[in-house]
Design a protein around this ligand. Structure first.
Ligand code: SF4
Length: 352
């Protein structure tokens, strides 16, 4: 396999190699998530060597890239004929976005998996801890999940956890969008496709464990392969969940909503914005629409007006949870906004 090994990751070059054999673009635009951007010079050198590409053909995209929803292909088109080599994410599921725009961007893009090369021995103690925490919930079925970087480890982890007494299953993925057991920040359908009493997630940071809790409302045990430790993410999930219910109940009194429409290829969701608008109209709630590429605290501060009672973010549903939980007005995901408009606090809908 043609691959580059850099900083604990193996970057699979096969998709790029295949694309280059089909067409000969004058440029390759190398796109990395912010957490992997430091690899860029090493990866440029490696791609040049492994694939026989002139390094001067490769341009690194330096702006922030938040996921496969964020290919920024129209803007990168300014650089002329080029193929986008997007590292570290699988393609974004087209049914979640404006498919034509996303399809156009995806046609110009090859997705290069970045697989962690952490030896199982290094996380064996963490797995023993994870099994101990999980067993305290006495689960019948435990579903194993991971972010894209670690999904390839799940079969070995499954064997370990079974040896430790857990009935561990791996939910089936949906290629090319999801590997077996893989979740992304706004899509946990793979995890939810199995009936499990508890979820184990292999991921760094709290972003994905929190999303997994909110989308399943089941105990979540995290195995952090970078810190080599296991922890129980359930109480964090419960805390955030309670806060979300409070914000939904507050938004039930809203007479006006600002609807945030995304301007990134994978974050433009007319079906969803339309659904929120229709529900709002049925309830006599007035909607102001805003098109925003990246909603930051200063953007929201500028938009804010006494005429707006609450916000609904249809672009990235993690923004209300992770970036605006304490804004002085409710900032809701689409699922939460629908709950508020329907005047109910359960079942909790995350994210859509
Ligand atoms: S969580 Fe947000 S940034 Fe991540 S893939 Fe989903 S929409 Fe994109």
């Amino acid at each position: 396999m043609q691959a580059c090994t850099i900083d604990g990751y193996s970057i699979d070059l096969e998709p790029l190699s295949r694309a280059l054999s089909r067409a000969s673009p004058r440029q390759i635009i190398l796109q990395l998530p912010d957490g992997l951007k430091h690899m860029a010079p090493g990866l440029v050198d490696c791609i040049a060597k492994e694939l026989g590409v002139d390094p001067s053909w490769i341009v690194v995209h330096g702006d922030s890239v938040f996921g496969a929803c964020d290919l920024q292909a129209p803007k990168l088109g300014m650089l002329g004929d080029a193929i986008i080599a997007h590292v570290g994410h699988t393609p974004y599921p087209p049914e979640l976005a404006s498919s034509e725009l996303l399809r156009m961007a995806t046609r110009r893009t090859v997705f290069l998996p970045a697989r962690s090369i952490i030896p199982l021995d290094d996380i064996r103690d963490a797995l023993v801890d994870a099994a101990r925490i999980a067993s305290s919930y006495k689960p019948s079925v435990v579903a194993l999940t991971a972010t894209s970087q670690h999904a390839h480890l799940l079969h070995s982890i499954q064997r370990e956890l079974r040896n430790l007494g857990l009935n561990a299953v791996i939910p089936r993925g949906q290629k090319p969008y999801f590997e077996d057991g893989q979740v992304i920040g706004c899509d946990y359908r793979v995890a939810r496709s199995v009936k499990a009493d508890l979820f184990v997630i292999v991921a760094g940071g709290v972003f994905h464990p929190l999303g997994l809790y909110l989308s399943t409302l089941r105990p979540v045990v995290q195995v952090d392969p970078y810190r080599r430790e296991a922890s129980d993410a359930t109480s964090l999930g419960e805390r955030v969940y309670r806060r979300r219910l409070y914000l939904i109940s507050k938004a039930m009194d809203a007479r006006t909503l600002a609807l945030i429409i995304g301007l990134k290829e994978g974050q433009l969701r007319p079906w969803l914005a339309g659904l929120v608008e229709r529900r709002a109209a049925e309830k006599g709630v007035k909607v102001y629409k805003y098109a925003v590429e990246y909603l930051t605290p200063s953007t929201l501060g500028n938009i804010d007006s006494p005429l707006i009672d609450a916000y609904v973010v249809t672009s990235c549903p993690r923004l209300p949870i992770d970036d605006f939980p304490d804004f002085h007005k409710p900032v809701l995901t689409p699922g939460e906004a629908l709950m508020a408009l329907e005047g109910r606090l359960e079942p909790y809908r995350f994210p859509w």
